[in-house]
Design a protein around this ligand. Structure first.
Ligand code: NDP
Length: 329
């Protein structure tokens, strides 16, 4: 039994509260693989869970943090041995079981990924759920026959974690990326990540018509709401819109026209419940041909566990820029 620090989230008759606490490894959710965490990262979902602004946890109390990477301390599953470098994203962390914002995490062996050759532990957490989600979107779009010659890919919420990693990953995979962002002051950085063009989200002139001139071969929408409504009429025939986010709202208006006239596909992207074989495929890509080239630039912040609440506030205000890595050492 080891005592350690964890960012623990409670919700009971006294309401929501969360903060650093000391706990024992014996008190962690059950699992086969005990990991000493080296790094985790902050995602929008973590901000919702940590502040109580979104109902992410399905039981309380739990340690926050949907991502974690570190070294195995003990394993009852022979697939893992002490000292192995591993990572885990989603898979119930900070939802149904204790998450990664702690010095130790006990993981389910089914969802524990050996760190792929070509990635460091810190790099894997700069990528984290955000990069995994961007890569899952690309995989789904390519499975549905998206090709670079269909036209540029619009990426909304481009300055956020998913957005920045998506710019890097999609451009590396050969697509011309058009970044849509509400932060024109960062357009130079978005171009440096691989964006061919940048569009100010506040200057978007969506017509509101059911169909408009096709402008994008496809899109990764991390915003949802009116952004999704506006993008669908602008997609070239048989292009795909991968949707992963809701920072801009959960409801959207559309008509059947983009779907029945242009054969546009709307693809849902749900990283948390991704099947193990698809996870393995994605992490292999992320460590090789889709490995983001600008991870150092994308990791804009490195914080300690105690600094999590300030980061949550920034994210929920829409002020996030790039990825925040949590250093547990
Ligand atoms: P970030 O907070 O890092 O980025 C979100 C970005 O969205 C902001 O930087 C901003 O970009 C834009 N944005 C924020 N608020 C608004 C708003 N009100 N209207 C329009 N745009 C807004 O979050 P992440 O990148 O981590 O996540 C992005 C979205 O994807 C979130 O909704 C998150 O919940 C979701 N997500 C979903 C996953 C899944 O599996 N489905 C997995 C991971 C994330 P800018 O200023 O550049 O426009």
């Amino acid at each position: 039994m080891t005592r350690f620090q964890a960012f623990r989230i409670h919700h009971d008759d006294a309401g929501h509260r969360a903060g650093l606490e000391t706990m024992d490894t014996d008190a962690l959710s059950p699992g086969e693989v005990l990991v000493k965490a080296a790094y985790s990262s902050v995602n929008y979902k973590d901000a919702l869970a940590g502040t109580g602004k979104g109902r992410i946890l399905r039981r309380y109390p739990l340690n926050g943090g949907i991502d974690v990477a570190g070294h195995v301390v003990a394993s009852s599953d022979p697939a893992f041995k002490e000292g192995d470098a591993v990572l885990c994203t989603g898979s119930g962390l900070s939802e149904t079981r204790d998450g990664g914002f702690a010095q130790y995490a006990r993981l389910d062996a089914r969802w524990t990924i050996p760190l792929p050759t070509g990635l460091g532990l810190r790099e894997s957490m700069v990528i984290g759920t955000a990069g995994f989600t961007a890569a899952l979107a690309l995989l789904r779009m390519q499975d549905n026959r998206q090709t670079p010659d269909q036209g540029p890919i619009a990426i909304s919420g481009a300055s956020g974690g998913v957005g920045q990693l998506a710019i890097d990953i999609f451009s590396r995979a050969g697509y011309e990326v058009h970044a849509i962002s509400g932060k024109p002051e960062h357009f130079d950085t978005l171009r440096a990540l691989g964006a061919h063009a940048c569009v100010d989200r506040h200057q978007l002139d969506f017509s509101g018509k059911p169909m408009d001139s096709a402008r994008f071969g496809g899109a990764l929408d991390t915003v949802g709401g009116s952004m999704l409504s506006g993008l669908l009429p602008l997609i070239h025939p048989y292009g795909n819109v991968a949707l992963c986010g809701n920072a801009g709202g959960i409801a959207f208006d559309s008509t059947v026209m983009p779907f029945i006239i242009r054969g546009v596909s709307l693809l849902g992207v749900a990283s948390a419940g991704t099947a193990r074989d698809i996870r393995d495929t994605i992490w292999q890509h992320l460590a090789s041909d889709w490995k983001p080239r600008q991870l150092a630039r994308i990791a804009t912040d490195e914080i300690a566990l105690a600094q999590l609440p300030a980061t949550f506030s920034r994210m929920l205000a829409g002020d996030a820029f790039g990825r925040t890595v949590v250093n547990h050492t």
